[in-house]
Write a new protein. Structure first.
Length: 163
């Protein structure tokens, strides 16, 4: 079947099998390997991307279901060589160790900050509660997201991407 979707601001049309998952479409068809493939059961959240601004676990979304939607992956956070505040926060506050969960965490954090530019620690923890990190104990991830929230560009970066 033919699908068309906009990924990181660029429209793509491809012939795919109806059962292809969005995560495989992004990785195998578009070469966007920043979206990690973890558990295939929606437990870990490492495959999280934004669909029309909302975080979804791409291992449980069919590519056909995403047709006609706006998809944003971790590759779409950096714009014109400038890191998104979430990416910068993860760097500044050491929010990653092995890096496997990092793309999904960053996308979930971006969605949170787009909706709530000044979340409390409890709100940050709730937002990332659907994601598993086996390395950090979450403290540095929470600090990284808080860092991004504390910098003014975190609230306006999405608007810059859209223009």
């Amino acid at each position: 079947m033919q699908i068309t979707m906009t990924v990181n601001g660029e429209e793509y049309t491809r012939e795919v099998e109806p059962r292809m998952l969005l995560t495989h479409f992004l990785r195998d068809e578009l070469g966007l390997t920043g979206t990690h493939w973890g558990c295939d059961t929606s437990n870990c959240g490492t495959c999280s991307v934004l669909m029309d601004g909302d975080p979804v676990k791409s291992c449980t979304v069919l590519a056909a279901t995403a047709s006609g939607h706006q998809i944003r992956t971790v590759e779409g956070l950096e714009v014109d060589g400038v890191l998104d505040p979430v990416q910068q926060g993860f760097s500044e506050m050491h929010g990653l160790q092995c890096g496997f969960c990092t793309p999904g965490m960053m996308m979930t954090a971006r969605a949170l900050l787009d909706e709530n530019p000044n979340p409390t620690e409890a709100e940050i923890r709730e937002a990332i509660s659907g994601q598993i990190c086996r390395c950090t104990g979450y403290a540095t991830i929470v600090r990284s997201i808080r860092w991004a929230a504390d910098h003014p560009a975190a609230a306006t970066h999405t608007e810059e991407v859209a223009s």
